[in-house]
Write a protein that binds this ligand. Structure first.
Ligand SMILES: O=P(O)(O)OC[C@@]1(O)O[C@H](CO)[C@@H](O)[C@@H]1O
Length: 310
């Protein structure tokens, strides 16, 4: 069993428009709605790979109800979301059909009361018993303390559960000090965290600040892994075009599944890159194209060792 935490769950709404233009009114040609927030995306991909997953975090209001309803039909996913009085947020992705570019608008999320945050922390401790790994994913809703992830990392480590942290900004900075096993920042998040725009150097700096392993996602160039066991780059065969929403979450699912299956790093990275690219190729944001995934895993992804000590 794997646990994913999404404190700021979302109802992800994707609009397709012929062309997105500022100041203009648009006719939406297609609308899709699905349960979102990074940890829920990670959970769906893990379940599709055959893992049993429990999801927790907060859900409330009508949107929270829609999110929970949407999870009921997903085999392998158990809903352990904690109720909150405020309404779960919506996020809007607007896809420009002409260019394929996506513009993302994320609401802040519900205000979480101190009693609700305490209830979550109690539930989290109970859920950690017996899980093989936990992923802490995404932004924090208002009211949740900025050091929340640091606390959740500490509790997981005390319980002996490997912990992956996928967030940004101050919550990431504070979370690092609690020494997570793995972080998966993108190049911008890593630069913001460390002040270095050179991914190798920035990843090493993030390790010095507390992360055991750093897997930097470099967009179309794939992943850079800096770990105590070595350094690797993993890249898809060619530039993959499509909607990148959820591609990072699929990479997290690949890394986490590889961790609990005790795969060697190169295999974990190949899986993460193949899943990520197959998510970009899928027509619906946050889902992956299984045929493309298998094809990429078979021949497509190149994993190369990098020189230098980890
Ligand atoms: O606001 P956050 O929590 O950072 O990101 C939320 C979000 O944009 O990330 C996912 C894609 O990675 C979407 O499902 C989701 O709505």
């Amino acid at each position: 069993m794997i646990l994913t935490v999404t404190l700021n769950t979302a109802l992800d709404i994707t609009y397709r428009v012929p062309a997105l233009r500022p100041h203009a009114s648009h006719r939406v040609t297609e609308v899709t709605e699905r349960p979102g927030g990074k940890g829920l995306n990670v959970a769906r991909v893990l379940a599709a790979l055959g893992h049993e997953v429990t999801v927790t975090g907060f859900a409330g209001g009508t949107t929270g109800g829609v999110v929970r309803e949407g999870l009921t039909g997903v085999p392998g996913v158990t809903d352990a979301l904690v109720p909150v009085a405020g309404a779960t947020r919506r996020t809007i992705a607007v896809v420009d059909e002409r260019t394929g570019d996506t513009t993302q608008l994320n609401e802040p999320g519900p205000a979480v009361a101190p009693a609700e945050w305490n209830a979550f922390q109690e539930a989290y401790e109970d859920l950690l018993a017996g899980v093989a790994a936990v992923a802490l994913c995404g932004s924090l809703p208002p009211g949740v303390p900025v050091g929340a992830y640091a606390g959740l990392v500490r509790v997981a480590r005390a319980a002996g559960v490997p912990v992956l942290l996928d967030t940004s900004g101050e919550p990431l900075r504070r979370g690092l000090a609690a020494r997570p096993d793995l972080i998966k920042p993108n190049a911008d998040e890593l630069a913001e965290l460390t002040g270095s725009h050179e991914p190798q150097r920035a990843a090493q700096a993030a390790r010095r600040r507390g992360a055991r392993s750093v897997i930097a996602s470099l967009g179309p160039e794939g992943l850079l892994a800096v770990t105590p066991e070595g350094r690797w780059r993993a890249a898809p065969p060619a530039h993959v075009r499509g909607n990148p929403t959820g591609a990072g979450d699929s990479a997290v699912a690949g890394l986490l599944s590889g961790l609990v299956e005790h795969l060697p790093w190169p295999d974990r990275l190949a899986r993460a890159v193949a899943l990520s690219a197959a998510t970009v190729l899928a027509p619906v944001a946050g889902e992956f194209d299984r045929a493309a995934y298998e094809e990429l895993l078979g021949h497509g992804v190149a994993v190369t060792a990098e020189a230098g000590a980890a």
